[in-house]
Design a protein around this ligand. Structure first.
Ligand code: IPM
Ligand code: MN
Length: 342
């Protein structure tokens, strides 16, 4: 039997609950499709940090990189100062494993309520640059605590990173037979913007079948609400992708309904729901497992289990309407999906 080696990082807050749901659904798919998952658990996150002072060691990184995929629940805890886990674990994993594509699909599932009456037209995949931009970690503070204090955050944009994310976007748009929209702010951030525009014109030329559009980030936020069907494949930088993917999630029923993939094609990649650790509802059973389960489906596609991925997505679609907030517990919703996937 084909066996895939999977690292599981349940993490903080609701992470362990939704991860348990994802593993339940994965088990059902593996049984139905006849493959096996060899799961190794990794204790990373707030508890480990508070116990040992360690966030992510070189040894952790080495061990994680030996799996085919990493399934992550959520990271972040009010007991730990902001940034330590987010930057030290999540952003570091994305960077060190060179997971340069952050793939974030948002599609309204049938039966799920949206704040928009026209949101049924929203079926977008955000292709977020995942290693650079304002999240590169560079910057400085001068004269801290004084009346002259200055804080600088550097946005790094290199041709290798920009061109590979734009190429990934075009390949995806060609495969989906859809248009590609570049989202940026080229009228103000003209240095980084011109790098993206150059990539669009040079690489876009290789994809004559893909229509290209451009929107500034502010206009994109407006249009995604007023004319959602304009957006199919969106390529954008790290910060804009972070924001726009939450907006898109809000339009398809909420952050609990969307999954994501941090991908380096052909290499170990990491899959996580778009939501955070939601410490306020941890342990209550209120967490929606759909985001984690859709991330697990993306993981299956990454390891070559295309049929299993589709099976899991169909199972989610079949029952999503019953997973309205407050109706089912995390476990009940996960069981329902697992059953539909069997
Ligand atoms: C996300 C999160 C992270 C990000 C944070 C926690 C660093 O908001 O996955 O979208 O900004 O990428
Ligand atoms: Mn985010």
């Amino acid at each position: 039997m084909k066996t895939h080696s999977l690292a599981v990082v349940p993490g903080d807050g609701i992470g362990p609950e939704v991860t348990e749901g994802a593993l339940m659904a994965l088990d059902a798919v593996a049984d139905a499709e006849g493959f096996a998952l060899e799961v190794t658990n990794y204790d990373l996150g707030a508890n480990r940090y508070l116990r040992t002072g360690q966030v992510l060691t070189d040894d952790d990184l080495q061990r994680l990189s030996e799996h085919q995929a990493v399934l992550l629940g959520a990271v972040g805890d009010p007991r730990v100062p902001p940034g330590i886990l987010e930057k030290g674990l999540l952003l570091r994993l994305r960077r060190e494993l060179d997971l340069y594509v952050n793939l974030r699909p948002s599609r309204l599932l049938s039966g799920v309520n949206s704040v928009l009456s026209n949101a049924d037209q929203l079926d977008v995949v955000i292709v977020r640059e995942n290693t650079e931009g304002l999240y590169c970690g560079r910057g400085e503070v001068t004269d801290p605590g004084s009346s002259k204090e200055q804080a600088t955050e550097v946005s790094l944009n290199t041709w290798p990173a920009v061109s590979r994310i734009v190429r990934y976007g075009y390949e995806l748009a060609a495969k989906r037979k859809q248009s590609l929209t570049l989202v940026h702010k080229t009228n103000v951030l003209e240095r980084a913007g011109s790098l993206y525009l150059r990539a669009i014109s040079e690489i876009g030329g290789e994809f004559p079948g893909v229509q290209t559009a451009y929107q500034h980030i502010d206009a994109a936020a407006l249009l995604m609400v007023t004319q959602p069907k304009r957006f199919r494949v969106v390529v954008t930088d790290n910060l804009f992708g972070d924001i726009l993917s939450d907006l898109a999630a809000g339009l398809v029923g909420g952050i609990g309904f969307v999954g994501s993939a941090n991908v380096h094609p052909g290499r170990v990649s990491m899959f996580e729901p778009v939501h955070g650790s939601a410490p306020d509802i941890a342990g209550t059973g209120l967490a929606n497992p759909v985001g984690a389960i859709l991330s697990a489906a993306m993981m299956l596609r990454h390891v070559g289990e295309e049929k299993g991925a589709t099976r899991l997505e169909r199972a989610v679609e079949a029952v999503a309407g019953k997973i309205a907030p407050d109706q089912l517990s995390t476990r009940e919703a996960s069981e329902l999906i697992a059953e539909a996937a069997s």
